[in-house]
Design a protein around this ligand. Structure first.
Ligand code: 13P
Ligand code: SF4
Length: 359
């Protein structure tokens, strides 16, 4: 019974008090978000995880890579808990550490010594990983002079990278990489995509000599569903509609929208609208529905008429939240996420570079 679960979560949280901090990503369902001490995008939640050194446990209602990041940024004796260990991210899984290492070796064959700076002080390639990647990938990036970005700071991070390298290898999300670089004025012709089945070099060596951003083939299965046809339909049916999409959407969708921005950008844009407005939003449906409920003066709907939740975010059922909190009350830590030290040290460096890269 949902009401029972609600009561159990509240009771356990009350008994635990400041010993536990519950973090909830914007894409979590309402029955989970209502119990979160902090609700935010992946950047804000990473900051929140770092900001509570006195809590014994951080219960992360989000997906696996976010819990790993929280573990990297929180204290060594704090436990980060993911209520359901099956809450992964299909995009993060698309950048496999062995494939990334292989790509890096191929790039080294083309560009030479990857650590050697040219006359302008730039190394051949700086690796940049989206937050939506495993700790192993963040560790790779940290070991190779690279940095992490989120959808809210991708441009700032790419600028940071171009101050240090001729080119960027961006993974896992091709769309965030392409949309961000395009907005910075990088021509599409200078954004080749690394393809594991068509090794770089040889016939496409010219393309690579000019490359500014080498894209990875990853994508988000939720944001890939949005289309220009949906935007056209929204504009036809709702004259004056304001269309805002997440930069994980394909480039043609971002180009057809009025604005593109991270989940927190979308939230702030709606909050800042003083006149009643119709918004068509291209991001995960739980966030869109919550924003619609919070802003009855506006008409807010999801561009995709078929409800499209992130199925892995949805795996954080309130029942799991109740179980993890009640276990803590009973003195037991379940579902702890721990990043091993050899990966954690370089991964933390890559994350700290992001936190320090102010616009
Ligand atoms: P942000 O929280 O950075 O907007 O990212 C959206 C997302 O896909 C999280 O998985
Ligand atoms: Fe991963 Fe997309 Fe879900 Fe975000 S919305 S967790 S990128 S699958």
């Amino acid at each position: 019974d949902p009401a029972d679960l609600d009561d159990r979560i509240r009771a356990a949280k009350q008994m635990l008090g400041d010993r536990v901090v519950v973090l909830g990503h914007f894409y979590q369902r309402e029955e989970v978000v209502r119990h979160a001490d902090y609700v935010g995008d992946s950047f804000q939640l990473a900051t929140a995880a770092k900001a509570h050194p006195d809590a014994e446990a951080i219960v992360f209602c989000g997906v696996h890579f976010m819990a790993e990041t929280a573990d990297l940024l929180s204290g060594a004796d704090q436990a980060v808990i993911l209520p359901n260990l099956a809450a992964g991210c299909s995009m993060a899984d698309m950048a496999d550490i062995d494939q990334v290492e292989e790509c890096w070796e191929q790039l080294a064959e083309i560009y030479g010594d990857m650590d050697a700076a040219d006359a302008d002080g730039l190394v051949p390639v700086i690796p940049v990983t989206y937050m939506n990647s495993s700790a192993a990938i963040k560790g790779f990036v940290g070991r190779h002079g690279g940095i992490v970005c989120t959808s809210s700071n991708a441009r700032t991070v790419l600028e940071w990278a171009f101050e240090r390298g001729r080119r960027v290898l961006f993974f896992p999300d091709q769309h965030l990489g392409r949309n961000t670089a395009k907005a910075m004025g990088v021509p599409l012709a200078q954004m080749p995509m690394w393809n594991p089945n068509r090794p770089l070099g040889g016939s496409n060596a010219d393309e690579l000599a000019d490359a500014r951003v080498i894209l990875w083939h990853g994508f988000c299965s939720v944001h890939r569903r949005f289309s220009v046809a949906q935007i056209d339909k929204a504009r036809a049916e709702h004259p004056g509609v304001r269309v805002i999409v997440h930069p994980e959407c394909p480039m043609d969708v971002v180009d057809a929208a009025d604005e593109a921005g991270s989940t927190d950008y979308i939230r702030k844009a709606i909050e800042a609208a003083t006149e009643p407005t119709t918004f068509a939003i291209g991001t995960e449906v739980n966030l869109v529905q919550r924003l619609a409920a919070q802003h009855p003066q506006h008409e807010i709907f999801c561009l995709d008429p078929v409800v499209c939740p992130c199925s892995t975010m949805y795996r954080i059922h309130p029942g799991y939240l109740a179980w993890t909190l009640e276990s803590l009350v009973a003195g037991e830590v379940v579902n702890r996420i721990t990043v091993p030290g050899d990966v954690a040290d370089p991964a933390r460096i890559a994350l700290e570079r992001m936190l320090a890269a102010k616009p």
